[in-house]
Design a protein around this ligand. Structure first.
Ligand SMILES: [Zn+2]
Length: 126
């Protein structure tokens, strides 16, 4: 069995007046995460980890921040592509472990049930 491990890390500044998207969910908070896409820091880090595990590049090489196609894009698109790349390379996910660090404390519900609803493509991946 060939096992690969990927590491993803991401950081975005908070910005007033935009939706806060984390883990594919929109959370109630007066500030969101600034970014060219929806700024979903968690999905970006996981996407980067998956692409890195198969040495396919990073999220920036697939979705350059200056490309107008990705302006305000749903980051689930990025994760879906990384999952497809992983499958094409002949791998599957065994485990994803994440740590989320926030300067502010929005109320977060990242329970497995809520994540499963937010990430149906991700959780359905076999
Ligand atoms: Zn990011």
């Amino acid at each position: 069995m060939d096992t690969r491990i990927g590491f993803g890390w991401d950081s975005h500044a908070f910005k007033a007046g935009i939706p806060l998207r984390i883990g594919g969910m929109t959370l109630e908070h007066p500030e969101g995460l600034a970014g060219h896409s929806d700024g979903d820091v968690l999905l970006h880090a996981i996407t980067d980890a998956l692409l890195g595990a198969i040495a396919a590049g990073d999220i920036g090489s697939f979705f350059p921040p200056g490309d107008p196609r990705w302006k305000d894009a749903d980051s689930a698109i990025f994760l879906k592509l990384a999952l497809e790349e992983l499958q094409h390379a002949g791998y599957r996910i065994v485990n994803v472990d994440t740590t989320l660090v926030l300067d502010l404390r929005p109320r977060l519900d990242l329970s497995p049930g809520r994540c499963a609803r937010a990430w149906p493509t991700f959780w359905a991946w076999k």
